[in-house]
Design a protein around this ligand. Structure first.
Ligand code: ASP
Length: 356
C-alpha cells in the first residue's frame, strides 16, 4: 500500500465514521403525521383486475411502507384512527378524528397532517374538519378509487402527493385540503362526481386550490369560505351532534319522508331539491309545516353545480326556510348539524350558509 493510498483510505474511513447513518431521519425534513381511517386506499382484492374488494384491509404501517418514496419528503409517523369503508363513517369516528387532529396540530414538532379516507364520504369529513380544526397547519385528506392490490392503483401516488402538500409551507392557512389525482381541492368545494373513475372529484363553482404533480405543488388561491382558525364552531364539550336528515325531491313527492325524519328525531332537514332547491307543492307544504314547529329546513339542490338562492321560486321569508347558497346537500347537513349545537335564529343560520 503506497503512502498516498493509505492516506486516502484513512480519509475515506474517517468520513464514513463521522457521516450520519444512511437511514437516519433527515432533521431538515418536515414532520407529517398520518392518520388512517380506512377506505379503498387501504382496500384489498383477491386479484388485481376484479371490481369486488373490501375497504379498510391494510393498516397504517403497511400504507407507509408501501410508499417509501414519501420518506424523502417528510419524517412520518402513523396512527390508526379507524379502518372502515367511508360509507360507514360515523359521529364517533368524526369526533375522535377531529380531537386528534387538533391535538396533533398543536404539537410544535408537527408540520402537517395527512388523513387517509374512503372517497365516498371524504367531502363530508373534510368539510367537518374544515369547520372544527383550530390550526393553520396543513391538514390534507387523501383517498383512492382503486384498492391497493389493483392494476394501476392510484393510492400510492395520491398518498405521495398528499404528504408533499402537507409538508409544504405554502399549504398552510388554506383550510382543510383534499388531494386526489393531482388536484388540490378545498374541503368546502369538492364533490364526488363518478362512481368508478379515478378522476372522480370536482370542485364546481369554487374551483381548485392548486395542483400537485409528483410532489411538486402549485397553489392558485386560498380557500373560499370561513374555515379552521376563522371558524366560529368548536367541539369543546360536544359529545353528540344533532340529527339532520337529507330528503331528496322528485316527481310526485309527498311529505311522508319529511314527517318521518322529524318523527325519527331530526332537528333539521336538508332538501336535495330539484333545480334551484325546488320541490312539489305537497313536499313544500310538509316542509313549511315542520319549519313552523321549529325544525330548521334548508333548501339545497340535487343538481351537481349552481347556487340555491333565497326567494327565487319559493318564498323563503314567508315559509321560514333557509337557502343553502353553494353548499350541496351533504355539506349543508354538516354545517347545519354544527349550527344546531346552540340556539340560533333563522337569520343567523342563513348567514352561516353564506359565510362558510
Ligand atoms: N367505499 C369506499 C370508501 O369510501 C370507496 C373508496 O374509498 O373509494 O371507503
Amino acid at each position: 500500500m503506497t503512502r498516498a493510498f493509505r492516506l486516502a483510505f484513512a480519509v475515506a474511513l474517517l468520513a464514513a465514521l463521522v457521516a450520519p447513518p444512511a437511514l437516519a431521519a433527515d432533521p431538515r425534513l418536515p414532520t407529517v403525521v398520518v392518520l388512517a381511517t380506512g377506505g379503498t386506499i387501504a382496500g384489498a382484492a383477491a386479484s388485481d383486475v376484479q371490481a369486488g374488494y373490501t375497504s379498510g384491509q391494510v393498516g397504517v404501517e403497511q400504507l407507509l411502507a408501501a410508499v417509501p418514496q414519501a420518506k424523502k419528503l417528510a419524517v412520518m409517523r402513523g396512527e390508526q384512527v379507524a379502518n372502515i369503508g367511508s360509507q360507514d363513517m360515523n359521529d364517533e369516528v368524526w369526533l375522535k378524528l377531529a380531537r386528534r387532529v387538533n391535538e396533533i396540530a398543536a404539537m410544535p414538532d408537527v408540520d402537517g397532517i395527512v388523513i387517509t379516507h374512503g372517497t365516498d364520504t371524504i367531502e363530508e369529513t373534510g368539510y367537518f374538519l374544515n369547520l372544527v380544526v383550530k390550526s393553520k397547519k396543513p391538514v390534507v385528506l387523501t383517498a383512492a378509487m382503486r384498492p391497493s392490490t389493483a392494476l394501476s392503483a392510484d393510492g400510492p401516488l395520491n398518498f405521495y402527493n398528499a404528504v408533499a402538500v402537507a409538508a409544504n409551507k405554502d399549504a398552510a392557512g388554506r383550510g382543510v385540503l383534499v388531494v386526489v389525482n393531482d388536484w388540490i381541492h378545498g374541503a368546502s368545494s369538492l364533490t364526488k362526481a363518478s362512481t368508478t373513475a379515478v378522476q372522480t372529484f370536482l370542485s364546481p363553482l369554487r374551483g381548485l386550490v392548486g395542483v400537485v404533480a409528483y410532489g411538486e405543488a402549485e397553489f392558485y388561491r386560498g380557500p373560499v369560505g370561513r374555515n379552521t382558525v376563522d371558524s366560529e364552531f368548536s367541539l369543546d364539550g360536544v359529545t353528540a351532534l344533532p340529527r339532520v336528515d337529507i330528503v331528496m325531491a322528485h316527481e310526485n313527492m309527498d311529505g311522508a319522508i319529511i314527517d318521518a325524519a322529524v318523527a325519527a328525531g331530526a332537528k333539521g332537514i336538508v332538501i336535495a331539491g330539484v333545480g334551484n332547491g325546488n320541490m312539489t307543492e305537497a313536499g313544500l307544504k310538509a316542509l313549511a309545516t315542520q319549519a313552523k314547529k321549529g325544525i330548521v329546513c334548508v333548501r339545497s339542490s340535487r343538481v351537481v353545480t349552481g347556487r340555491v338562492g333565497r326567494n327565487v321560486e319559493i318564498d323563503d321569508d314567508k315559509l321560514a326556510l333557509v337557502a343553502s347558497d353553494d353548499l350541496n346537500p351533504q355539506k349543508s347537513r354538516v354545517l347545519l348539524r354544527l349550527a344546531l349545537l346552540k340556539p340560533r335564529s333563522l337569520a343567523e343560520i342563513q348567514r352561516l350558509f353564506v359565510e362558510y
